[in-house]
Write a protein that binds this ligand. Structure first.
Ligand code: DAT
Ligand code: MG
Length: 151
C-alpha cells in the first residue's frame, strides 16, 4: 500500500459559501484520514510561495489576491494514494469541465473560483504541507475504521 499525505484547502469562496462541512465530509466518507487542520487567512508572501509555479502567468496576481481575500480551511489528509484520490474527488481545474460528483463539478462555475486546492504530486504535497504546517502539527494516530476501509 502506498500511504501518502496530501495538502487540501477549501479556498475563500468555499468558506464563504458554507461548503467546509460538505467538503470535509466527502473526504472523510471516502476513507481519508484527517491528520491536520487549520483555519487561517494566508499572507500574501506565503501565497506567492505556495503558488510559485504560476509566477509570471497572466492569472497570477488575481490568484494571489483571491486566495488571500478571506479565510481558508487547510488540511492534511492521509491514505493509500491520497494525492491522486483527492485530486479525483476535487475534479478538473475548470469546474465547467469537472464531472458531477466532484467538488468542483458540483459546486463551481469558473476556474478563478474553483472552491478547493489539492496537491498535484507527492513532491508538491511535501512542499505545500511544510509551508502551512509545522511537523508537530501533524497528528499521528490509528483510526479504528481503517480495518473496514482497507483489506
Ligand atoms: P489546480 O488548482 O487544478 O492544481 P493549477 O495548479 O493549474 O490548477 O492552477 C492553480 C489555480 O490557479 C487554479 O486552481 C485556479 C487558477 N488558475 C489556473 N489556471 C487559470 C486560468 N487559466 N485562469 C484563471 N485562473 C487560473
Ligand atoms: Mg495545482
Amino acid at each position: 500500500m502506498a500511504t501518502e499525505q496530501t495538502y487540501v484547502m477549501v479556498k475563500p469562496d468555499g468558506v464563504q459559501r458554507g461548503l467546509c462541512g460538505e467538503i470535509i465530509s466527502r473526504f472523510e466518507r471516502k476513507g481519508l484520514k484527517i491528520v491536520a487542520m487549520k483555519f487561517m487567512i494566508i499572507k500574501k508572501e506565503t501565497a506567492e510561495v505556495h503558488y510559485g509555479e504560476h509566477k509570471g502567468k497572466g492569472f497570477f496576481d488575481s490568484l494571489i489576491s483571491f486566495i488571500t481575500s478571506g479565510p481558508v480551511l487547510a488540511m492534511v489528509l492521509e491514505g493509500d494514494n491520497a494525492v491522486s484520490v483527492c485530486r479525483n474527488l476535487m475534479g478538473k481545474t475548470n469546474p465547467q469541465e469537472s464531472a458531477p460528483g466532484t467538488v468542483r463539478g458540483d459546486f463551481g462555475m469558473v476556474t478563478g473560483m474553483n472552491i478547493i486546492h489539492g496537491s498535484d504530486s507527492t513532491k508538491s504535497a511535501e512542499r505545500e504541507i511544510s509551508i502551512f504546517f509545522k511537523p508537530e502539527e501533524l497528528v499521528s494516530y490509528k483510526r479504528t475504521a481503517d480495518v473496514w476501509t482497507y483489506e
